[in-house]
Design a protein around this ligand. Sequence first.
Ligand SMILES: N[C@@H](CCC(=O)N[C@@H](CS)C(=O)NCC(=O)O)C(=O)O
Length: 216
Amino acid sequence: MVLKLYGWRPSPYVQMVMVVLYEKRIPFEFINVELSKLENRRPEYAAVHPFTQVPAIDDDGFILYESRAICRYLEEKYSNEGTRLIPADLHKRALVEQAFWTEAYHFSMHAKPILFEYVVRSMMNGLEIDQRRVVKETKALLATVDFYEQLLSKQRYIAGDEFSLADIYHLPATTDLSERAKINIIEGRPNVERWIRDVMDRESWRKVKEQRVSKL
Ligand SMILES: N[C@@H](CCC(=O)N[C@@H](CS)C(=O)NCC(=O)O)C(=O)O
């Protein structure tokens, strides 16, 4: 049975899983859970995801939620298909793991509150953006990106010279930061720019981007 992806296309977490599915060339059926209509709160969806969020997958009866767990599962199950996203070599794999945690604790940790201010608050009429929070988190985010600039002067991708799942984890937030919060992390950072352009030029991301809706 074809793998089912429960998702909502504007969600960065859903986009991450879709990039992996395209990179691995795994056929899937997209089941739209329209968050703007609160379809995720329907009892039948609560049976799939106890926290009623997207994404989730149903792989022939095996239900899995949490985007990063789904990406890892797909990479492991289809390790020999499409693009290899986690290297077999111990040291290279450890560096990818290091990049996962760097992304979570030093990149997304700051990108998320900024996007919350610009995306979520803008959906709640009358709520003003907390500029102090945005300034504080942007400063911390750009310090991480400055570190990335140095790192990427020595290697092609964020975890080494090979494209990996760690690059994919950065994609949706980077796009949303530039499109929704107008925070341009590539300006004045030629190596970050080269990396982002390289990753965004992949067919997998172009396919996901085509399907994103421009407005939440
Ligand atoms: N940690 C989760 C986060 C998923 C998440 O926050 N999804 C949002 C959409 S971007 C959602 O479903 N929100 C609806 C809700 O929380 O009610 C993951 O990585 O899968």
